[in-house]
Design a binder for this molecule. Structure first.
Ligand code: SF4
Length: 428
């Protein structure tokens, strides 16, 4: 770990309202003009050397994505993806509502690098203040003169899968915000049939900083494989739930300390949100928060989500509740997703109430393995991962519930949120 300082992205984040363009430039300086010609794409070069990966969950190398769009035939489009479908995540909302200029900078720089004349900033409908914050920010931009890309803000219906790259493009093309079968891939034919770069808004904020300070600066923090910093949404039994910027690879214990520590005994940490993995607290607190380090425990950080589940909560009730919601979030297009997720949700309800019949845990494990890889998108795989991981870590609790039905914890308020992100205290 290095001695380079944090925060980077969250520098100057206001407790209320959003940062003005003048404040933004006072903190970060003016947006640089980087060379872009057929043989010299300065942003591509810096991004390649920086090792920046997408922060929306997939972790794909940003430079490769950018290059694919720049090389595709036709005038490109850039989409800043701020849809954030996982209810346990609030980092994108924070950026849109508090620090809109950073992601606008990133979108403008990316547009120049891929030769785009159109930028779409996609905002999830649940982020109620984001549209106004971004619209006001755009009105302040005296650098958006004639000849600059056209920028428009689009509100996207909230849904767990609506922020997936091709669901979002489908929506922007006039269809429902549902994933479509691949190909064509959006980098070849996306919005309006044109090559489209879809980048998460946090990724664009990193691009804005890398363009100013360079790849070597970015690599002063983080691990060799996953350099830099990243935003993490922390919730559950935590003194100060909120969005924190951490050095990639920092131990979970350091993040929890920064968030004021846990408020009670914790039975598990959920890493990576609702497509993620449950880890025992003793193991979890020692883990380094990068996907490479977490891989040994079968976990990822996904879009940067950590939830601390207190011992007072019933994990079976929590999972049954979330699985029911996730089954309802299926886009209803693929049989294994529609039927498989509904069967998982119904079985979990049966386990919670002790009415699931014969061998329900074996049935759950079987459903979880059957739905993997069987949808047009990764939604069933994510649910299967969440359920299989819970069955593995909490085998005793699930067996007890299947035999005896509801427990005291079932009546308590749920820790895991569904449908709309939690209101959070933002932390810099
Ligand atoms: S797998 Fe599920 S969520 Fe994904 S496209 Fe198919 S039906 Fe929709």
């Amino acid at each position: 770990m290095s001695t380079a300082t944090l925060p980077r992205i969250l520098t100057g984040v206001p407790a209320n309202g959003f940062i003005s363009f003048a404040q933004h430039e006072a903190i970060h300086g003016a947006m640089p003009v980087l060379s872009r010609s057929r043989h010299d794409n300065a942003l591509d070069l810096e991004l390649t050397e920086s090792g920046l990966r997408g922060q929306g969950g997939a972790g794909f190398p940003t430079a490769i994505k950018l290059r694919a769009v720049a090389r595709a035939r036709g005038r490109a489009v850039v989409v800043a993806n701020g849809c954030e479908g996982d209810p346990a995540s609030s980092k994108d909302r924070l950026l849109l509502e508090r620090l809109p200029h950073l992601l606008i900078d990133g979108a403008l720089l990316a547009a120049r690098a891929v030769g785009a004349r159109d930028i779409v900033i996609a905002v999830g409908e649940h982020a109620t203040h984001a549209e106004r914050a971004v619209e006001v920010a755009l009105s302040e931009r005296h650098d958006l003169r004639s000849g600059s890309p056209r920028v428009r803000v689009v509100i996207v219906p909230h849904g767990y899968v609506s922020g997936q790259e091709n669901a979002l493009v489908n929506f922007l093309n006039g269809g429902p915000a549902k994933p479509t079968a691949i190909p064509p891939r959006v980098f070849e034919r996306g919005v309006g049939g044109r090559p489209t770069l879809v980048d998460n808004v946090e990724t664009l904020a990193h691009i804005a900083l890398i363009a100013r300070h360079g790849a070597a600066w970015f690599r002063e923090l983080g691990t060799t494989e996953e350099p830099g910093s990243r935003l993490v949404s922390v919730s559950g039994a935590i003194a100060y739930p909120g969005v924190y910027e951490i050095e990639s690879g920092a131990p979970l214990s350091a993040l929890i300390s920064a968030a004021g520590g846990v408020t009670t005994r914790v039975q598990a940490f959920l890493l990576g949100g609702y497509a993620g993995t449950w880890v025992h607290p003793e193991l979890g607190l020692q883990l380094g928060l990068s996907d490479t380090q977490l891989a040994a425990s079968g976990a990822t950080l996904g879009a940067g989500i950590v939830v601390a589940l207190p011992t007072s909560a019933c994990v079976v009730a929590e999972l049954a509740h979330v699985a029911d919601w996730l089954a309802g979030e299926s886009a209803g297009q693929c049989g294994p997703c529609i039927n498989g997720l509904a069967a998982i949700a119904a079985t979990l309800q049966g386990v919670q109430h002790g009415t699931a019949g014969d061998a329900p845990l074996e049935q759950l494990a079987r459903w979880a393995s059957l739905v993997r890889g069987r949808g047009a998108c990764g939604h069933p795989d994510g649910v299967a991962q969440l359920v299989a991981s819970a069955l593995s870590l909490f085998a005793e609790e699930f067996a007890d519930h299947a035999r005896h039905g509801i427990c005291d914890g079932c009546a308590r308020r749920r820790i895991l949120p569904v449908s709309s992100p939690l209101a959070r205290r933002f932390a810099a």
